[in-house]
Design a binder for this molecule. Structure first.
Ligand code: SF4
Length: 459
């Protein structure tokens, strides 16, 4: 008999993408196969995000539409995980009678058992918080897994968040901060390197807070953790790892050692995605971000002193309650002064259960929209200006696959995490995972165009 096939629909951040990879490995270990697409699947898992209002509505809309998907083939199963599942829990089962199981962000390992139960007609929800190291004890990705046919991988180093920014629901959906044993992280990275992975991105909600509670209490050695900069140094030394990245750091947890690491570690990439959220000290305080714009500039300047070619990108929110035109001007000013190479920007939307949801001073939607457009247009110009500085430079591209344009154009990332497209004849036989040395020949606001240095590879 053919094995059942599964598909996973993932929303949200890289942590969710990585969680979906773990669920995929768990399902494969239970004898399921990856479906070609959702139409061909017997099991569909939706991994949700609740960081923005729309993402939650998206789930409800998806689930509504999946009623027909489920009815189209007997025995089909629908499961929901991720942050919305963690928040809403078994109420989702009440609202959607065709939904079979719900699992929280700490309960990935329960998915195969819940699937068995669902096949026996039992619906269930597991959303308990797992406070022990057992939370990280999930199967590692192996090369034969479809998700493993790549040159790069994510590795979780910590989970949860103790920061409670006033707009953010993550501390409720991901629980308190917990750092993974350094020895396990090292073992996973070494194993990935042996399997051909050359680029590793360390993941955590506040990734550079890694080990901080143990270090502060003087118990890091006993707890099996260490300062984040030390962890980076250990991973940097693992043979086969050519690129090391981390995301997302919090400005509060930059110390001298971490800044120095950017100048010293051979494989630590010249890119940091450093969320700032606002350029106004008043708004930063209302957001409970625990730093000022001046401190942000100090970090950015220190990173540039340590690694002059570092590309800094960020996240920004406009229209936070109480944001005035002057506050918004401070944000525009920060984007320029910090020399942000790129940013993700969003209009604030209140999340139930956060303290900001009760704040007065709502910014009218048209004002927020106008600010978002102005911010994005400034960023676009800045990104293009940065890209133009790269024209004429040589860089190394790790190829991810075909570019959006298709037609044999390949796309990948350089060490600065910029998208570089490369025109290559199909016969060149260069595929995902290849490392291509190129010269940057053209800049657009969204990407760079590279020409292979090897004349034999030129289109
Ligand atoms: S640091 Fe703030 S924004 Fe980031 S996950 Fe924690 S609470 Fe949310």
């Amino acid at each position: 008999m053919d094995s059942k096939r599964f598909a996973i629909r993932t929303y949200g951040c890289q942590m969710n993408v990585h969680d979906s990879e773990k669920v995929a490995t768990l399902l494969e270990d239970s004898g399921l196969a990856t479906a070609e697409g959702e139409g061909d699947a017997d099991v569909l898992v939706i991994n949700t995000c609740s960081i923005r209002d729309k993402a939650e509505h998206q789930l409800y809309s998806d689930l509504g539409k999946l009623r027909a998907w489920k009815a189209a083939k007997p025995g089909r199963v629908v499961g929901v995980g991720g942050c919305v599942a963690q928040q809403v829990g078994d109420k989702l089962l009440g609202r959607f009678d065709h939904l079979d199981f719900v699992f929280g962000t700490h309960n990935l390992r329960k998915v195969p058992a819940m699937l068995d139960q669902a096949s026996a007609g039992q619906r269930a929800a597991w959303v308990d918080e797992e406070k022990s190291q057992a939370r990280f004890d999930l199967p590692m990705r192996r090369p034969e897994a479809p998700v493993g046919k790549r040159h790069k991988a994510f590795v979780t180093v910590m989970e949860g968040c103790d920061m409670f920014c006033s707009f953010c629901i993550v501390p409720s959906t991901r629980g308190r901060e917990i750092s993974r044993l350094a020895s396990e992280i090292e073992a996973e990275v070494a194993s990935l390197a042996e399997q051909g992975i050359r680029e590793v991105t360390l993941l955590g909600q506040t990734v550079n807070a890694y080990g901080r509670h143990d270090v502060r209490r003087g118990k890091a050695a006993a707890a099996g953790t260490m300062p984040f900069a030390e962890l980076l140094a250990r991973l940097d030394a693992i043979p086969g790892i050519e690129r090391l990245r981390y995301t997302s750091p919090h400005p509060l947890f930059y110390d001298d050692a971490l800044i120095r690491a950017h100048g010293e570690l051979e494989h630590l990439c010249p890119h940091v995605h450093l969320p700032v959220q606002s350029g106004s000290n008043t708004i930063l305080e209302a957001m409970r971000r625990r730093y000022t714009r001046e401190r942000y500039f100090e970090i950015v300047d220190a990173l540039r002193a340590a690694r002059p070619d570092i590309a800094i990108t960020s996240d920004l929110i406009v229209g936070f309650p109480g944001e005035t035109e002057a506050d918004f001007d401070d944000t525009l000013g920060l984007v320029e002064r910090a020399g942000l190479v790129d940013s993700f920007s969003f209009k604030y939307s209140p999340r139930p259960g956060t303290t900001a949801a009760d704040l007065a001073g709502e910014v009218p939607p048209d004002v927020a929209q106008d600010r978002l457009e102005r911010l994005q247009s400034q960023q676009k110009a800045q990104t293009l200006a940065y890209h133009r500085t790269r024209v004429g430079q040589e860089t190394l591209v790790f190829v991810d696959g075909e570019s959006r344009k298709g037609h044999g154009q390949l796309s990948g990332r350089d060490p600065h995490h910029r998208v570089v497209n490369v025109d290559l004849p199909f016969e060149a036989g260069v595929g995902p995972g290849a490392a291509l040395a190129v010269e940057i020949v053209e800049a657009t606001p969204h990407s760079l165009l590279g020409r292979p240095l090897d004349p034999a590879l030129r289109a």
